[in-house]
Design a protein. Structure first.
Length: 299
C-alpha cells in the first residue's frame, strides 16, 4: 500500500522530533557569545510546526541558572496547516510554552541574563543538550544571519517562472492580471503567485505597517485593499535579504485564501490554511491580530 509522505510528516507533529545539522551554529546576546558549535540539533517539540536549535550543554559559552522567578503563563495559539492536519501550535506561541517534560533555565552571560531562554528536555535522546529560545538571541548559520526560526531541512521552497494567465480579484474588482508570474511552491502550503508590480493595481492598494519574517524568503511588507472589508493585509512583497529568493524580490503576492484567483481561465478554490479569514477557519484564528478566540488545540 502506497504512503502519502505529507501524511507521514503531519503524523509526526504530536511527537518530540529532532535532527542533527552539520552547519556551524552560533548565538550571541548583547554582543556576548552564547554558543559556537558544529554539533547542534534541530528540535520540534510536540505539536510545534517550526524547529529551534538544541546545542550541547558542554559547548555553551554562557552559564545556565535556575530561574530567579516564575515566568508569566505563555498562552497557546492553536492552528491547523490544512483541513486534514492535526492541531498544532502556531509559531506565535512563545518559547516558554513547552509540550514535553523538562527544566526551564535562565541564560547568563558576563553582562546580560535572558530569563527562561533555555530548556533542558527530559528525554534520553536529547541527553546533554539544551534547547535555546530562538527569539532571545542573534543567530548565525555558518557566517550568514538567520531570522524567524531555523530552516527546516524537510521544508522546500521552489520558485518557477510561468507564462500562465493569472488574475487576482476581490469583490469583483481585478487587482492583478499577468502572464509573467513567478510560482512559489512551498512544502505543505498552497502555491503562491508572485506578480510584477506593473501588473498589479497598486493605485488601488495602501501600504500597511504590518511586517513579518520568513527564514526562507526574508522580511515581508504588506498592502491593504481599502475597497473591501476583507482587504486588510491581503498582499505582500519580500525584501532582498536572501539570495535564495531572488526570483521574487520586489514582486507582489496575494493570499489565495482570501482572494478570487483565476489561473489559466479556471477559478481556483480557496484553500483553508492558517492565513484564511477567521470566518473560513474552524478554529477562528485571526492571522492579522494573532488572536485565537477559541481554546488552543481546538480542532
Amino acid at each position: 500500500m502506497a504512503t502519502k509522505l505529507s501524511g507521514v510528516i503531519l503524523g509526526t507533529f504530536p511527537q518530540l522530533r529532532y535532527e542533527p545539522t552539520a552547519k556551524r551554529i552560533r548565538a550571541s546576546l548583547g554582543g556576548d557569545a552564547v554558543v559556537d558549535t558544529l554539533h547542534a540539533y534541530l528540535v520540534w517539540e510536540p505539536r510545534r510546526i517550526t524547529p529551534i536549535f538544541a546545542v550541547p550543554e558542554e559547548e555553551l559559552l554562557a552559564r545556565l541558572a535556575i530561574p530567579g522567578s516564575l515566568g508569566a503563563d505563555v498562552p497557546e495559539f492553536g492552528v491547523k496547516l490544512s483541513a486534514d492536519a492535526p492541531p498544532s501550535l502556531d509559531p506565535r506561541t512563545g518559547f516558554g510554552r513547552h509540550t514535553t517534560p523538562g527544566e526551564q533555565l535562565d541564560v547568563v552571560t558576563g553582562t546580560t541574563t535572558a530569563p527562561g531562554a533555555a530548556f533542558r528536555p527530559d528525554d534520553p535522546d536529547l541527553s546533554g543538550y539544551v534547547v535555546l529560545d530562538f527569539g532571545a538571541f542573534e543567530w548565525l548559520e555558518d557566517d550568514e544571519e538567520i531570522i524567524g526560526h531555523p530552516r527546516d531541512p524537510f521544508h522546500r521552497v521552489d520558485i518557477r517562472a510561468s507564462s500562465v494567465d493569472v488574475q487576482i480579484a476581490l469583490d469583483g474588482v481585478t487587482l492583478a492580471s499577468t502572464n509573467g508570474a513567478q510560482l512559489l511552491y512551498e512544502t505543505l502550503l498552497p502555491v503562491r503567485y508572485y506578480i510584477p508590480p506593473a501588473d498589479v493595481r497598486m493605485d488601488l492598494m495602501e501600504e500597511s505597517p504590518k511586517r513579518t519574517v520568513c527564514p526562507y524568503k526574508g522580511e515581508a511588507s504588506y498592502w491593504t485593499y481599502p475597497g473591501s472589508e476583507s482587504g486588510r493585509n491581503v498582499a505582500w512583497s519580500y525584501d532582498r535579504r536572501f539570495r535564495d529568493a531572488a526570483q521574487i524580490h520586489g514582486l507582489v503576492s496575494f493570499f489565495n485564501e482570501r482572494m478570487d484567483v483565476t489561473v489559466g481561465g479556471v477559478l481556483q478554490p480557496r484553500p483553508v490554511t492558517p492565513w484564511s479569514r477567521p470566518q473560513d477557519r474552524r478554529d477562528g484564528f485571526d492571522p492579522d491580530s494573532g488572536k485565537a478566540p477559541r481554546p488552543a488545540g481546538t480542532p
